[in-house]
Design a protein around this ligand. Structure first.
Ligand SMILES: NC(=O)c1ccc[n+]([C@@H]2O[C@H](COP(=O)([O-])OP(=O)(O)OC[C@H]3O[C@@H](n4cnc5c(N)ncnc54)[C@H](OP(=O)(O)O)[C@@H]3O)[C@@H](O)[C@H]2O)c1
Length: 291
C-alpha cells in the first residue's frame, strides 16, 4: 500500500535522495525545507504526490502548520523522516557556548518538536514509522565531535526511549546511522567549524579541518542507495531500532560493540563490587525500570 512520507531538510543531500526513492516507489511525499523555492526546483510544483512546505525545524509554529497542512492534503502521515541537521565540527575548547546551543536547537530540539507534532497523527492512525537520521557519530564519539556527536547521542537516547513508549500504538522508531555520505554535509554551505582558536590546539585543529575538507564531496556513501534502503525499511514488519548505513558505519558499530564488551570484562569485578549488602524485600533489580 502506498505511503505518505514527511521529510525534513528535503531540498538537498540525504533528504532529497530519500524523497526521490519514496516517489519512485509510488509513495506521496511532503517535502519540507527552509527554502520552499529550492524544494519546488528539486521536485516541481505541488502535485498528486508532492506537497512542498517551508519549514525550519527550529520554528515550532511552522512545524505545527506544516503537519496540519500535510494531514489536510494527504489524510495522514505514515513515515516521518527527521533528517534536517548539520555538523558543528571542531575541538570543544575552541567551540563557543552558543555554537553548542545552536547545534542542539536543530539536531535535537528540532527532532523533539517535529516528533511531538506528528505523534498524535500516528497515534490516531495506530500506525507509523519514524526514521531519526542520527550518524555513526551518534554511537561513537571522537576528537572534533564533542558538540555534533553529543547532539546525535541525544537523538539516539531519545529514539530508543520513544520506541518503547509508542510501540503499543503500532509506531516503529528507527535510528539511521550513516557513515560518510556524498552530500553537502562537509561543504561550507552546511558544516560549521569552530572559530575560537587556542594556540595549544592549532596543530590538531588544522589537521581536523584538512581531514574534513579532503572528504567533502569525496565520500563513499551513495545517498540514492540510502534512500532505497529506507524505502525497504519502511515496509519491514519489524524494522531495526538502529540501522547503520555504509561499510564504514558497520566498522564503527563493530569496534564500539567489541570495545564496550572488552572494557566491561576488564572492569567487571569493580563494577559488580558496588551492590549494597542491604536487605531487600525482593531480589535486587538487575534491569532498569524501563528495560
Ligand atoms: N552526509 C553525511 O556524511 C552524514 C553522515 C551522518 C549523518 N548525516 C546526517 O544526515 C542528515 C542530512 O545531512 P546531509 O548529509 O544530507 O547534509 P546536507 O546536504 O548539508 O543537507 C542538510 C539538509 O538539512 C537542512 N537543514 C539544516 N538545518 C535545518 C533547519 N534548521 N531546518 C530545516 N532544514 C535544515 C538543510 O537545509 P538548507 O538547504 O536550507 O540548508 C539541508 O536540506 C543530517 O542530520 C546529518 O547530520 C550525514
Amino acid at each position: 500500500m502506498s505511503k505518505t512520507w514527511f521529510i525534513t531538510g528535503a531540498a538537498r543531500g540525504l533528504g532529497a535522495a530519500i524523497t526521490r526513492a519514496a516517489l519512485a516507489a509510488g509513495d506521496r511525499v511532503v517535502v519540507t525545507g527552509r527554502n520552499r523555492a529550492a524544494l519546488v526546483e528539486a521536485f516541481g510544483e505541488n502535485s498528486d504526490t508532492v506537497l512542498a512546505l517551508a519549514l525550519d525545524v527550529t520554528d515550532a509554529a511552522q512545524i505545527q502548520a506544516a503537519v496540519d497542512a500535510a494531514t489536510a492534503r494527504f489524510g495522514g502521515i505514515d513515515v516521518l523522516v527527521n533528517n534536517a541537521g548539520y555538523g558543528h565540527l571542531g575541538l570543544f575548547e575552541e567551540t563557543l557556548a552558543q555554537d553548542a546551543r545552536t547545534q542542539f536547537d536543530t539536531n535535537v530540539f528540532g527532532v523533539f518538536d517535529m516528533t511531538r507534532a506528528v505523534l498524535p497523527v500516528m497515534r490516531a492512525q495506530r500506525s507509523g514509522r519514524i526514521f531519526n537520521v542520527s550518524s555513526i557519530g551518534g554511537l561513537a564519539g571522537g576528537a572534533s565531535g564533542s558538540i555534533y556527536c553529543a547532539s546525535k547521542f541525544a537523538v539516539e537516547g531519545f529514539s530508543e526511549s520513544l520506541a518503547d513508549e509508542v510501540k503499543g500504538f503500532g509506531i516503529h522508531v528507527t535510528i539511521v546511522e550513516p557513515g560518510f555520505f556524498r552530500t553537502d554535509f562537509l561543504d561550507s554551505s552546511s558544516v560549521r567549524h569552530t572559530d575560537n582558536p587556542i594556540a595549544d590546539y592549532a596543530e590538531a585543529s588544522a589537521a581536523i579541518r584538512a581531514f574534513y575538507d579532503a572528504r567533502s564531496h569525496n565520500q563513499a556513501g551513495d545517498p540514492a542507495k540510502l534512500g532505497q534502503a529506507l524505502v525497504a525499511l519502511a515496509s519491514a514488519d519489524q524494522p531495526p531500532i538502529r540501522w547503520a548505513a555504509g561499510t564504514d558505519a558497520i566498522g564503527v558499530v563493530e569496534a564500539k560493540a567489541a570495545g564496550l564488551q572488552a572494557e566491561l570484562n576488564a572492569w567487571r569485578d569493580l563494577s559488580a563490587s558496588t551492590d549494597g549488602d542491604f536487605a531487600f524485600r525482593e531480589e535486587p533489580q538487575t534491569e532498569m525500570a524501563w528495560s
